[in-house]
Design a protein. Structure first.
Length: 296
């Protein structure tokens, strides 16, 4: 009877599907996000490509009652080779195969009695939100960069393109809701019209902003914390931006990092603020608790 009750408890926990682009800079913070969810009593199913899993020296080991790691083939099981593979072809394949993998997981988990309540996805995967919408599931982008960077992309594709591109000639640009001005050296290089967008990545970012704009409740979970970016987290009025970071391994937040002595005074101060935000009862912890509570 106790085992049956325990299974029922697991089935009533919010269940998140976390979909990540197959790159270390996406996978690592997304795994930390999964750990935070589990710590707060949610279930998490983590989906990335087979090639990414094969590159992991130490695949994640978490509570197997609350965490499931799933992979799918993107057609490039030995990894994308920049020297020979065409990125436009890769984008088509990962979209087609990834969309099917998400569909299969949503259907199979529904049939097993552990349906998903929410889909989260990292940048470069806007189609994940479209699949979620087909199944009437809410979704959120897990933004692995600072909120300020999201602001730059958003305003580039929403009325400030010319002003941002003019920074290539040495001028500065001020964006709504942010008190600092940006010059060309502050901005992502592929937004500079004088430089080549060698992977043709700009249309994917445009699609991502369009997908969020079309969402009736556009939500972005940001790898930042309230005290670090108070303005940037509020500057896009249309988006619900929730700081859930810093999404770092606990060793980097609890003083166990052996390289801790390399931090300067200012870095040490912000590390202290980051530790407070991520700790139980901290601002990011409270933000994530409130986010999960809204699902009940």
């Amino acid at each position: 009877m106790a085992a049956a009750n325990n299974n029922n408890q697991h089935h009533h926990k919010p269940h998140f599907l976390i979909v990540t682009y197959p790159a270390q800079g996406h996978i690592n913070p997304a795994l930390q996000f999964a750990k935070r969810l589990i710590r707060l009593g949610a279930r998490a199913t983590f989906l990335t490509t087979l090639s990414a899993y094969r590159r992991m020296n130490n695949p994640p080991i978490l509570d197997d009652q609350l965490f499931t790691f799933q992979t799918f083939s993107d057609g490039y099981d030995d990894g994308f080779k920049a020297s020979g593979d065409k990125y436009d072809a890769y984008k088509i394949e990962i979209r087609r195969r990834g969309s099917q993998a998400i569909t299969d997981l949503i259907v199979s988990n529904e049939n097993l009695g552990r349906p998903f309540n929410y889909v989260t996805y990292t940048l470069l995967l806007p189609w994940a939100a479209e699949v979620a919408r087909e199944f009437h599931l809410p979704s959120a982008m897990l933004w692995i960069q600072p909120a300020t960077v999201l602001n730059i992309y958003y305003y580039y594709f929403n009325g400030h393109k010319d002003a941002i591109e003019n920074t290539a000639t040495g001028s500065a640009v001020a964006l709504p809701g942010v008190s600092v001005e940006f010059t060309g050296k502050d901005l992502p290089s592929f937004l500079d019209p004088t430089k080549d967008d060698i992977y043709n990545i700009k249309p994917t970012f445009q699609e991502q902003m369009d997908v969020l704009n079309e969402d009736p409740n556009p939500t972005v979970l940001v790898n930042s914390f309230d005290k670090l970016e108070p303005e940037a987290l509020k500057s896009i009025e249309k988006f619900k931006m929730i700081a859930v970071g810093p999404l770092l391994p606990s060793a980097f937040l609890d003083g166990k990092d052996p390289n801790d002595n390399s931090f300067g005074n200012n870095a040490r101060k912000w590390k202290s603020f980051a530790r407070e935000a991520a700790a139980e009862g901290g601002s990011s912890d409270q933000n994530l608790k409130a986010f999960i509570a809204e699902l009940h």
